[in-house]
Design a protein around this ligand. Sequence first.
Ligand code: KIV
Length: 276
Amino acid sequence: MYTQLEQRGMAEPPVNIGTLADMKQKGEPIACLTAYDASYGLLVDKAGVDLVLVGDSLGMVIQGHDTTVPVTVDDIIYHTKNVARGLHHAFLVADMPFMSYTHPEHALDNSVRMMQEGGAMMIKLEGGDGQLEIVEYLARHDIPVCAHLGLKPQSVHKIGGFKVQGRDETAARRITASARKLQDAGADIVLLECVPNEVGAAVTAEVDVPVIGIGAGPDVDGQILVLYDILDVTQGRLPKFVHNFMDGQTSPLAAIQAYVKAVKSGAYPATEHCFS
Ligand code: KIV
């Protein structure tokens, strides 16, 4: 992790919340990826990724569970600490695991741990209108928040599987309205998973904060994918929005660089990665 002293000599300062807001304003796509350890933290940073998420997807790709539900706050802190040691430039976000933010004080206690013990610069939570009070409380305590909408994997047992969200007009309108309310409650970033392109575009037009998509089409402010999915490590059936960036590359670093280039140029996502 960069130190205050190192920052003084840096040609390019580390990404912060203001950098991400400026990128949205300028229309510069934000390239994001997950990471779970220091070695890959170093590689994604070196490849020019702007934002790194220690996602609770670690429950599936690191721990081998079928869902993200078993992940604990201690798991996230452990992996966030490790990733932080590899980063010099990228902005570090940590995921609040299932049931770690059931009420405002609970959310605050766990966010503080992720920031103080893990080194996260922002926390992400899966939220809709039910989390407005929590987001407002965290924002009031100066905790930067990323609100995750659309497909919320922690709700997989409630919604009956990993399914595209917002396909009908009412659901699409509900997601867009929630994004606005979460922003107004203090969310600094919206992350939108598995929705038709039109919903990605509508949410991005609705809010002023950056919108990062995963399977949300091209008309958002940035893209995020699970690192092992783009490196051809994850086995089995992959979501439609995943692209194998190892194809034609000779190293993980080259593949991650190809991903960053594709996001920045708008080449990713292509039509085959999108939902209608
Ligand atoms: O946990 C995670 O990795 C995520 C991404 C899929 C956005 O939430």
